[in-house]
Write a protein that binds this ligand. Structure first.
Ligand code: G6P
Ligand code: MG
Length: 216
């Protein structure tokens, strides 16, 4: 039966994709090319350095490693300006209530994110107290679809993968859950997230009772 929920951060708990997008777009413009919202889809769940490499590919540019590091740092500083303006109001609808419901029902909760800013963001939106464990981009060597981030989350919670349900908005994240032997719920568009056990548009109508149906 289900004992724990593991949540992705960007696109599931908060919508930081729009901040990433703005910061990457500014960087691309500085290098003399455009970066579209369509291109931005490719960056979901992807690490900061890998994101930069994808953007440079789009702009057909190659740069030495030290310049890439400088650009990634600059992008992150611009991104953090937006993050520092976040408040509790930036938590996506229904998320706080669902986390509280999980905990009241005795389910454990963990975060499993590629972001190195995950703790900072959860602190900004005041959600840190609702997580039993946090595994982020500073804790893992292998990116989704490798299951490392979720397996570490299960381990930190003291549950088995079969007892976990992962909430993800990215295909690579759903694959990571599957590769780790976990069930997964897609958050977003059912046509993109078809490989999930089921897909919800958001947390507004999500309940622990619905979650437990997965366990039967
Ligand atoms: C998440 C987002 C990605 C982002 C990555 C790294 O997975 O979906 O778009 O690039 O985190 O975020 P960071 O905060 O470490 O730059
Ligand atoms: Mg995501």
């Amino acid at each position: 039966n289900i004992q724990a929920c593991i949540f992705d951060l960007d696109g599931v708990i908060v919508d930081t994709a729009k901040f990433h997008y703005q910061a990457w777009k500014t960087l691309a413009h500085g290098l003399g090319f455009d970066f579209t919202e369509h291109d931005n889809e490719r960056l979901k769940g992807v690490s900061r350095m890998r994101s930069l490499e994808i953007i440079l590919e789009i702009g057909q540019q190659t740069l030495p490693e030290d310049e890439k590091l400088t650009l990634a740092t600059r992008k992150n500083e611009a991104y953090l300006e937006d993050v520092h303006r976040m408040t509790e109001a930036d938590v996506l609808p229904g998320v706080r209530r669902f986390l509280e419901e999980c905990r009241a029902a005795g389910l454990k909760t963990a975060l499993g994110s590629a972001s190195k800013n995950a703790r900072l963001i959860l602190d900004r939106v005041n959600l840190l107290p609702l997580f039993d464990a946090i595994v982020d981009g500073t804790d893992v060597a292998n990116a989704k679809p490798d299951p490392e981030v979720f397996l570490k989350g299960a381990e930190a919670l003291g549950v088995t993968p079969a007892e976990c349900v992962v909430f993800e908005d990215a295909v690579a994240g759903l694959e990571a859950a599957r590769n780790g032997g976990m069930r997964c719920i897609g958050v977003g568009d059912v046509t993109i997230l078809a490989e999930a056990d089921f897909v919800i548009p958001g947390f507004t109508d999500m309940t622990v009772a619905r979650l437990q149906q997965l366990g039967h």
